[in-house]
Design a protein around this ligand. Structure first.
Ligand SMILES: Nc1ncnc2c1ncn2[C@@H]1O[C@H](COP(=O)(O)OP(=O)(O)OP(=O)(O)O)[C@@H](O)[C@H]1O
Ligand SMILES: [Mg+2]
Length: 350
């Protein structure tokens, strides 16, 4: 009778669109109990968009999880000798300089051992048994502090800060769509690829666990710019044409194809690299983010990668509370909500 439902708002401070999704645990079941999104107009402020989002969305909770991305964030996959978690934390504190381009006193660090054993070395001498794979994430303290301040200014309580690429993986896991049984002889993996406005996040998952991630500085804003140049219009108009290309899909598709080409070739390089390093096969590429809505984007990427490529819906498998959420608007934005949903999925650990 006095049970208190737990809720968390995943607040994705995208460079073009601020998105907030609230997940409440009703018993064991995660339910979407709040949602709002707001575009940041050219020259506009993130702060204004956050204010609007919390005015419009019906959120129960003021507890938010945000994420960081970009050049102030570094994620490394490293091999270390087997040790306890406590020893690992110590070791990372002293050895982080080896792996990071930052001074260790100006970053917030976190690390986690992975279940997956390190790929065996080429001489085959050192068995992987006394070694472990570790993922190390570091973010400049100044970026986290700035974000905390921004969130607090809106009367919100930051409960955790995540990294975009990991949030993507958490959303995938929450949806429980990963029941791809691995083939006998070859390990199968999938790649989650989120194409935003200014960047694209890649996370390769093997057995439900990350084994590679990377950010590429190409996104929908580059497509808009390419369209503006090619069609000879202002950016604002190019953005509108890109979104409502009715009848002009082929023209827009041609205009943005150099950007898609660059993006697809970067993704391809990343997948080749991880396949080689880990000795696995990336069977499927799952796209999300607003950028993949551009005309022809999915099929272009599919042709270049020569793998199965599709968009996925991070709302799939999640119940939505229709009294609190504009379901139509939520579904219309589904493809770009993966990060926000992944952030809110932390409610399970709250
Ligand atoms: N219907 C559409 N057709 C084509 N592109 C679209 C459409 N809707 C949104 N976009 C593009 O998607 C991008 C915004 O997507 P998203 O919300 O995922 O980005 P973001 O999270 O703000 O950016 P980032 O992750 O890079 O910081 C913009 O570049 C926008 O032009
Ligand atoms: Mg984004």
């Amino acid at each position: 009778m006095f049970r208190k439902d737990k809720s968390i708002v995943g607040l994705d401070l995208g460079s073009q669109v601020v998105k907030a999704v609230e997940i409440t645990l009703e018993g064991p079941e995660p339910v979407i109990t709040g949602f709002a999104r707001m575009e940041i107009p050219p020259g506009g402020e993130t702060a204004e968009a956050i204010a609007q989002v919390f005015q419009r969305g019906k959120f129960r909770s003021r507890n938010v999880v945000t994420s960081v991305s970009g050049q102030s964030v570094v994620v490394r996959y490293i091999t270390m000798v087997e040790m306890s978690d406590a020893e690992l934390r110590q070791a990372i504190r002293f050895e982080s300089d080896k792996y990071l381009p930052f001074d260790s006193d100006e970053v917030v660090l976190d690390c986690q051992r992975l279940k997956r054993k390190p790929p065996s070395s080429s001489d085959g001498e050192t068995g992987a048994n006394d070694q472990m794979s570790v993922v190390l994430a570091a973010c400049r303290t100044s970026l986290i502090e700035e974000q905390m301040r921004e969130v607090a200014e809106h009367g919100l309580t930051p409960v955790a800060v995540d990294v975009d690429v990991f949030a993507l993986a958490n959303a995938w896991e929450l949806c429980g769509l990963e029941e791809n049984a691995a083939a006998e002889d070859e390990e199968q993996a999938i790649a989650l690829v989120d194409v935003g406005a200014t960047r694209t996040s890649i996370n390769v998952m093997c057995d439900g666990e990350t084994c590679f991630s990377r950010e590429i500085g190409i996104g929908g804003a580059d497509m808009t710019q390419a369209a503006a140049r090619r069609l000879g219009v202002e950016a604002v108009e190019a953005e509108a044409i890109k979104r409502e290309a009715e009848g002009r899909e082929a023209e827009v598709g041609r205009a943005i194809s150099p950007v898609l080409e660059d993006l697809a070739s970067e993704i391809s390089l990343s997948l080749d690299y991880v396949e080689n390093r880990e000795g696995l096969r990336v069977e499927e590429v799952l796209l999300s983010g607003g950028g993949v809505l551009a005309p022809g984007a999915v099929s272009f990427v599919e042709q270049t990668l020569g793998r199965s490529v599709r968009t996925w819906n991070p709302l799939e498998g999640l119940r939505v509370s229709p009294e609190r959420v504009d379901v139509e608007e939520l579904e219309a934005s589904a493809s770009s909500l993966a990060v926000a949903i992944g952030l809110a999925s932390r409610v399970r650990a709250a």
